[in-house]
Design a protein around this ligand. Sequence first.
Ligand SMILES: [Zn+2]
Ligand SMILES: [Zn+2]
Length: 148
Amino acid sequence: MWSWIFPKRCPVCKIFIKDEDDLCLSCEQNWPRLKSACCTLCLFPFKNNDEPHLCGDCLTYESAFEEVKALGLYTGDLKNLILKFKFQKEESLALFFAKLFSQFQNQYDLIIPVPLHFKKLRQRGYNQSALIAKNLSKQWQIDWDPFC
Ligand SMILES: [Zn+2]
Ligand SMILES: [Zn+2]
């Protein structure tokens, strides 16, 4: 019923889309997907279409994480949506990003959003990664904790 009253729109171009879709077909096709050739740990994209391997940084320095998941390259429509979400607090984008992240396999015990420096938090009034974490927590049905 809500979808009848508030039909879903493509977050990029704002045309009406089906409830089960995340983007319209055109924006789906333009989405800046990761290329197959990228670092196997941090997903840094390589210029040459090499076999997947570790990048120079990941070979040189010990990583603080075991794995990175990304929704695409930081360019085009994805970059524009991230900037809109960060600086204009378009809250529907929290649900959109959480839904895209929820397509990755859930093998986690807890979701911890990247903290925001208190000055930025005061300036912006919200932590965008906490908004995604909260929505993702609902999708995956696991806890999230912004205070870890
Ligand atoms: Zn679109
Ligand atoms: Zn790397």
